[in-house]
Design a protein around this ligand. Sequence first.
Ligand code: NPQ
Ligand code: MG
Length: 368
Amino acid sequence: MKIERIWLHHLRMKLVGPFETSFGRTLERDCILIEAACDGLVGFGECVADRKPGYAYETTETAWHVLRDFLVPLVLDHELESVDDFQRRAAVVRGHPMAKAGLEMALWDLIGKATGQSLFEQFQGSRDRVEVGVSVGIQEDPHALVAAVAAYLGEGYRRVKVKIKPGRDVEDIRVLRAAYPDVPLQVDANAAYTFETAQGLKPLDSFDLLLIEQPLAEDDLWDHSRLQRAFQTPICLDESIVSVRHARQALEMGACRVVNIKPGRVGGLSRAIAIHDLCAAQGIPVWCGGMLETGVGRAANLALASLPGFNLPGDISATRRYYAEDITRQRFVLNADSTISVPKGPGLGIEIDNQALKRVRVKHLRLA
Ligand code: NPQ
Ligand code: MG
């Protein structure tokens, strides 16, 4: 396969409402759509780096730079054998996993279109609909949280994740748990605590949570292992799991009992699958995280989450949870059983709505 041309599209999409986490409040979501052409076909990939380095160090601008100046030139006019071949070439670029993952996704889409296979088939997925939950941002107060959760339960979501931060943790969850004693519930701190301040989360152990996600810093596997020993609730790592090696080491030191897998955070769908395989071999539950993707990244996440080891509901909500208007013709909807169906068409199985794309595009660039 020889990629002939690549376009980068910087998008800015309005969220249906503000989304607040421990690292800030978001009203607009930036990302880069990568379009790669080869033999009359085009493949699309989504780079999930945001405008601000809040969740991770990459930003839309750093990813644009690394794609334009380093990753795209490695790919253009070079005979690529496979996705693995791309990853070997991309290894000369240190870090920048979201930039790599976006380009890798476009390759998967192209290969699928060339071979007539969906990503679901390429990955050998084991289910055609995947269980999903909803991620709820920090609200004005605990009562607003209960109201927000009530609305999502009304829409059919059966698993709820709540964002927490210091000062908005135990009491919020106590009130929510009292309102909904039986809802599968989990929390996500996005690295907002230290080993010391996280001791204050101990009462969460009595709320029957599925997991506590990323309480401590991204680069702190060791203190997570100390914290996991002190808590009954499983700790799940998100930001800390940046590679297959980090996943193995986290499991070896008992830093978590559950792993959140996001293709963007680990440098691509191929790496995400490798982490899935490692965890499955050790009986460690994994689930697919979410990065407020457009329909492009959402389609990729659905294919990934169809693998057999994804045995907890993913943060893959319906399109309308985040966007009134999306860039794909397909809008993803929640089935009555709190699942979303995996796309079936070749590659990602999505079509870009070019008019919608133009409406949300900040800038674009053609390479070669
Ligand atoms: C998480 N996602 O699991 C993330 C983090 C997250 C669905 O909870 C802009 C860009 C806003 C990236 C908000 C969910 C974001 C973002 C949250 C990532 O940690
Ligand atoms: Mg998270």
